[in-house]
Write a protein that binds this ligand. Structure first.
Ligand SMILES: [Fe+2]
Ligand SMILES: [Fe+2]
Length: 177
């Protein structure tokens, strides 16, 4: 948190909505990239299920940003391209690498939502409930990916380390820009 700002500061909550909107936008693009490569394969139904949930997360934050007059991240065009590329490239490496990508992204988002839930002011009951519900679905995505061979992807540790580091940078940047 920026020094001098209290958790209940409206600017703090605006930054939360901005980064969450950007994150869900990126997540939807990652699954779009994976589906472009693997949509016709054995994991197609699972990928479509997770993509549909990301789309609902995105629409929720879209609406919320409008209601709260939060400016969306100026970097959406970057996340549009980077998200799709990350999804398509990991999918091209194979189904297990795509699942490893999901583990990395969802673990980063799980930690991010947990930090936000802890930092939210008491009065933000609606937003807290939304974040808690979405976090449960992100954890489901991670568990589905683990159940579908993520850890057997070649270079699993390296892959998820790199993707998680990228997610942390994207989160830090999207809170501000
Ligand atoms: Fe999501
Ligand atoms: Fe997710």
């Amino acid at each position: 948190m920026t020094p001098g700002r209290l958790p209940g500061d409206p600017a703090t909550v605006s930054r939360m909505v901005r980064v969450d909107h950007a994150g869900e936008y990126g997540a939807a693009r990652i699954y779009a990239g994976q589906l472009a490569v693997l949509g016709g394969g054995a994991q197609g139904p699972l990928l479509r299920h997770m993509a549909a949930q990301e789309q609902r997360h995105l629409e929720t934050f879209n609406t919320m940003a409008g209601e709260r007059r939060v400016r969306p991240s100026a970097l959406l065009p970057l996340w549009h391209l980077a998200g799709f590329t990350l999804g398509a490239v990991t999918a091209a490496l194979g189904e297990r690498a795509a699942m490893a990508c999901t583990v990395a992204v969802e673990e980063a988002i799980d930690a991010h939502y947990t930090r936000q839930i802890d930092a939210l002011p008491e009065s933000e009951t609606g937003l807290r409930a939304t974040l808690t519900a979405f976090r449960a679905e992100e954890r489901e995505h991670r568990d589905s990916a683990l159940a579908n061979g993520a850890e057997r992807a070649p270079g699993y540790r390296l892959l998820i380390g790199a993707i998680k580091a990228g997610c942390r940078v994207a989160i830090a940047v999207s809170e501000r820009i």
